[in-house]
Ligand binder design. Structure first.
Ligand code: TEU
Length: 576
């Protein structure tokens, strides 16, 4: 869609659907999803009513990190199809009023990108396009402990890889096949902006920016603090939110014309704070439309622990965190809203109850709570079906570099394999990457071949075909949530206020715009919940959207309101 058809701030009333191409729909029987497969499913997305399709990377890649390691930013990997396929997808999406957002991965490239290949020559003009450093003072290059800093990669092990050709090391915050670009070098920035303009000219409507708050690093590359029980300091802690981040984002916006073209831009910012997000999304600063915070998806871990150090998550802590971000961006800036994506476990398994009894209701209620907050909601493929984590027994079922490296590293440090598998069973990224469940057939209608990652066996009852045919499904609940956002300005603009902050079962809040007041009451537990005082009277109020049959509500003495397990209701309160 050309800029004139993108009204300013159009993304504030939009709902974004994330597709992980590898696992969405295979069209050629090789067991891996591809672009023509996505195009064949656009009518499904149109029926759901979403406004934007965010594509995880489809660029040329050795697939060390499933495409987040790019070797050619201006070509599509043959695994996914061709540039012509992508142009067709863009046109077909636009024809249905669906905009297309690409995943921009420019903190790092693949080590097979020509830029990096050239930079390996110490004399090349591109040496300074990456972070090359000699061994730390006095150490024998290549020897243990000689790495330039004590940083740990997000995928286990040192964040520095020794290159015998030059006797130096290069930085990789992620895998050793994902060398970090040196954004201090203006030539790097110019090359990135030129590539972004090339995609904007091809008709894309925005960018999701991978770990974009890591692009500004302290050139002094200081050692980090090693947490208790660790041997190295997480690189994230030393490189996130560098001093030139705003400068780079403002330069990118100007050079690419992000605001001028009314593009949707969302910065993935692990380790970002609310204060940083308010600056980055303040429209007067010309940086980004919104950011992905990680605070709420890092709450269910031990204090100071990593993602594998599991902890329970009391509801007041979760709803309190989202309320903090609602208040913090109420006057300036904008929230993104998400429960899961290709890096997070399935929402209904993590925040809901994926038992046969409560899966549907809890998936619907999680959707209601999220989509009635203020911000742009993101639906991850299969979330609208209540897809769950995969059953897993042993390490052979995992494919993700993060899981496999963690398993090898932890077991190598003496952690019992069963303990590592217990964490993987709850947190591994693979849970989000099992093939989209289209129907009840053996491979879920995802592929006619052997899927690259096994289909979750519960596709027999959790699948799009059954859901679309069932008016009471999670799918149609999500469709109604999208429709509510499109229809009611109070859902987009209404002021948020959290109620019952300490209630361990009920998530209650209002949204207010002028005289219009919506009240959301959600029982986020698997037991009945009485709604205490402290919420507005609902007698006579219209229920705009509920998860349960109102006629089946339990009879209780007096006028107490009791919500069934995972029951939620969106009320429009009578005026005055
Ligand atoms: O993720 C960045 C990131 O923070 C994740 O690695 C997250 O910390 C981890 O996955 C939690 O389990 C982005 C992409 O979304 C991810 O898929 C890539 O692996 C990563 O960057 C490197 O590009």
């Amino acid at each position: 869609m050309d800029p004139e058809l993108r009204p300013p701030d159009w993304w504030k009333s939009a709902v974004v659907y994330q597709v992980y191409p590898r696992s969405f729909q295979d069209s050629d029987g090789d067991g891996v999803g591809d672009i023509p497969g996505i195009t064949s499913r656009l009518d499904y997305l149109a029926e759901l009513g979403v406004d934007v399709l965010w594509l995880s990377p489809v660029y040329a890649s050795p697939m060390d990190d499933n495409g987040y390691d790019i070797s050619d930013y201006r070509d599509v990997d043959p695994l996914f199809g061709s540039l012509a396929d992508l142009d067709r997808l863009t046109a077909q999406a636009h024809a249905r009023g669906i905009r297309l957002v690409m995943d921009l991965v420019v903190n790092h490239t693949s080590d097979e990108h020509p830029w990096f290949a050239e930079s390996r020559d110490p004399q090349s003009a591109k040496r300074d396009w990456y972070w090359w450093r000699p061994a730390r003072g006095g150490a024998e290059p290549g020897s243990p402990g000689a790495e330039p800093t004590n940083w740990e990669s997000a995928f286990s092990g040192s964040a520095w890889e020794y290159d015998g050709r030059s006797g130096e090391y290069y930085l990789h915050v992620f895998s050793r096949k994902q060398p970090d670009l040196n954004w201090e070098n203006p030539e790097v920035r110019r090359a990135v902006y030129d590539m972004m303009r090339w995609w904007v000219d091809r008709g894309v409507d925005g960018f999701r920016m991978d770990v974009i708050n890591l692009i500004s690093k302290d050139p002094g590359l200081p050692d980090g603090v090693v947490p208790p029980g660790h041997g190295l300091a997480p690189a994230f802690d030393s490189v996130a939110n560098g001093s030139r981040l705003h400068e780079f984002l403002q330069e990118m916006n100007r050079e690419v014309g992000l605001d001028k073209a009314a593009l949707l831009t969302v910065g993935e910012m692990p380790g970002s704070t609310l204060a940083l997000a308010r600056e980055v999304t303040d429209p007067s600063r010309g940086e980004l439309s919104m950011v992905f915070t990680f605070e709420h998806v890092n709450l269910d871990r031990q204090p100071g622990g990593d993602k594998w150090a599991l902890a329970d998550l009391p509801l007041p802590v979760l709803k309190g965190n989202l309320a903090t971000w609602q208040r913090g961006l109420a006057e300036t800036g904008w929230n993104s809203l998400y429960w899961d994506n290709h890096d997070q476990p399935r929402a209904v398994s993590r925040f809901g109850d994926d038992s046969a009894e409560h899966r549907v209701a809890s998936a619907k209620t999680l959707g209601t709570v999220l989509h009635l907050h203020k911000g742009t909601p993101y639906v991850y493929q299969g979330e609208e079906l209540g897809m769950t984590n995969m059953p897993c027994a042993d390490i052979s079922q995992y494919r993700d570099i993060e899981a496999l490296n963690h398993y090898r590293d932890a077991v190598g440090r003496g952690v019992r394999p069963e303990a590592v598998l217990a964490s993987l069973a709850v947190r591994a990224r693979d849970h989000a990457r099992t093939p989209m469940q289209w129907d009840a057939s053996e491979h879920a209608g995802f592929t006619s071949g052997e899927p690259w990652l096994p289909v979750n066996p519960n596709t027999s009852e959790v699948n799009a075909k059954a859901a679309v045919d069932d008016p009471g499904s999670v799918f149609h609940h999500y469709r109604r949530l999208v429709e509510l956002r499109h229809r009611l300005p109070v859902v987009v603009e209404g002021r948020f206020e959290l109620l019952l902050p300490d209630d361990e079962q009920v998530w209650a809040f209002t949204r207010t715009l002028d005289e219009e007041v919506l009240l959301v009451l959600a029982n986020c537990s698997s037991q009945p919940a009485a709604v205490a005082a402290g919420v507005p009277e609902v007698m006579g109020a219209e229920v705009l959207l509920g998860t349960h049959d109102p006629d089946g509500a339990p009879d209780v003495p007096g006028d107490a309101l009791v919500l069934r397990p995972w029951e939620s209701r969106v009320y429009r309160l009578p005026p005055g």
